[in-house]
Design a protein. Sequence first.
Lengths: 555, 108
Amino acid sequence: MNKAAAIHAQPPTMIALVLFTLISLALGVIANFAGRKGSFLEKYFLGNRSLGPFAVALTAAVMSGGTFMGFPSLVYTFGWIVGLWIASYMIAPLTVLGALGKRIGQLSRKTGAVTLPDFFRERFGSPSLGLLTSILVMFFLCTNLVAQFSAGARIMKIVLPSSTAEWVFTDDIIASSDTSYLIGLAIFTLTVVAYTTYGGFLAAIWTDVFQSIIMAVGVMLLLPLALKASGGLHHATLMGMAQTDPGFAFGPGALRSFHPITLAISFFFMWAITGMGQPSTMVRLMAFRDSRTLRYSIIYLTIYNAIVYIPLIFIFVAARSILPNLGSSDDVMPSLVITLANPYVAGLILAAPYGAVLSTVSGWLLIISSGLVHDLYQRFIRPTASEREIAWASYTATIAVGLIVAIVAMHPPDYLQLIVVFSSSGMAAAFLMPGLLGSFWRRMTATGAIAAMISGVLVTVGLYIIGKFGPDALGLGGILPDTTDIGPAKGLRPYYLFGFDPCVWGLLASLIAGIVGSLLSRPPDPARVALLFDLQPPDAPAPATLDLHPELKSS
Amino acid sequence: MSRDTDPVVNNARREAVIIGLAWLASTVYSCGYCYLFGYIRTGRPLGPDDVHPVLGMPSWFFWGVIFPWGVCSVFTFWFAGWFMADDDLGTDHTPELEQDIREGGLHE
């Protein structure tokens, strides 16, 4: 019997997951009562800008279902080189939180922005830019959400007793479809939609913090067990080399050129730089309490990354010695946990990836529903909507988005981690340069920001399309050499132009288009720029007020 | 209106430049070291005898990933703990923006 499949027979694992689910629901209820002051929008979508350092750090840890499922599989398969794949986490806390945090926090307060489309619309005074931002955020996050819902359902399917389907479906239906997956999807959807809808932003944040702690505890428990059982890292390394080839101990990786040096450089962009441009990160940078909070969150995240990611590499290199030649490397995490830990500890550790998916999904659901309600419904359809109407629209949007994504996820996509990489690259290519240039460059214009967004997305998506169909099929075979020998062997593979990941080219295109587009367009309104870049009296208006009342410019 | 640049902008820009340089240094060092000492390439085959373990890790991994990770962590503690300024991020204009959205809608 496959060790991962044996989880079906482990009731403690299910008990741990049920407890995790109940705690998440309870956090939603508590969060609903916690933020009574302030406007509904600021409370529901931004937690009243009250996040403390611990919450900012742990929710910026960039973890999703892939961290505890896909990453171990890569280490087990390709060996030590995956440590270099993740190495930019050494500097990521500084880049992701420190480079833009203070200015985004300040600009969002000066403009009154509570969402990313709000932020760009008010920074540049352009409704078109706000609309474009909404559309791009929804496109990339919905793509990603389908994969995350699917991951949550798969974990639940593993944990549920195998007889569950027999309680709910007839034999005919069980024979014709993956009913265990559908039950898992239904439970996952109900849980995440319920506590997110009820608790809003704070519920998403608190669940994120909770699962991050569980994950760190799980890693700390697993590390000594794995090192002891493997006979030491060096022994495990030699075992890995014997089972694969010398690439297990060296670059570019075992069995294939998984991580050539051009991709190693690309992945210092991927985690440390593209992380700055993620809507979920930018929203957190709008929600932290003050500069001191930002400083401490950088320190906490540095500690967290070191105690989680470095041990994960050790643990799953050691797995080569403990579980040699696993049939499916995707099973390495649950198999190792079941082999090493007692059932109750195994249940606790296996709850972590489920929690990671839950918290990731809840944060993204809110970003999408805020885009629908605040940036589309209120801005373009019902500007005079009452607070109560906005509240009900927000609840409805959160539920509707969750249900629609769940319906799409009934046909699960493959290769979760690669879909995450695709959408992260696309969002960074769209939003990082407008955010970076808009924060520090007075001359940046709305035209430049739109050019940056469109160029970044077109280049990134274009390289994925070329990768999907191949240069030959698109008539580019004579110009672009084949790159199928590097990177992952299967799944949503991009075209690696000159060996670099599309995120590098997307960011470069966005930077150039942002600068050229700004310089070729009319300079921005000096009064708006002064409000956002110069020292102002305490009673200075928001830019939107200045648009409505131009007479204030002379005061 | 004053034309003096907001000190928060100056501080944030200076900090962003230093962070950018730290990222560049970590990228160049890590990728450079690992490529020179940890990559199998044409004319440089590597095998079990080339692992040279340091605390059980291949030596290239220790010096190319773990060592700079430690240096970056120390730098980050200093930078975030002592160097970054505690700037006042100003008044939150969210209620004003919500009012502006409603007022703008009424004018249309």
